[in-house]
Design a protein around this ligand. Structure first.
Ligand SMILES: [Zn+2]
Length: 84
């Protein structure tokens, strides 16, 4: 599993929420396996399903992707902030 996000897929977007959605959808479609049955790939719904974003060809499980802005902070930086 490649944990790097391909930022180039969002080159034509300006909205931060759209950028997050496009980048994470592409990453999931390439890197995530089905957590229900272990199938090595999920498929995306071609027509923007209102209830799900991805499905598994093997077990028919459906998944919705939620992208959220979060702050990542390293343990080292946290210790510096605490000590000040
Ligand atoms: Zn499955």
């Amino acid at each position: 599993m490649d944990l790097k996000l391909d930022l180039s897929v969002a080159a034509n977007y300006t909205s931060k929420s759209q950028i997050a959605r496009v980048i994470t959808e592409k990453w999931v479609s390439r890197q995530i396996y089905c957590p229900s049955c272990g199938n090595p790939a999920l498929n995306d719904f071609a027509n923007n399903s209102p209830v799900a974003d991805f499905y598994c060809n093997n077990c028919r499980s459906e998944y919705e992707l939620k992208s959220k802005r979060i702050l990542l902070i390293s343990e080292e930086l946290l210790m510096v902030l605490i000590s000040q």
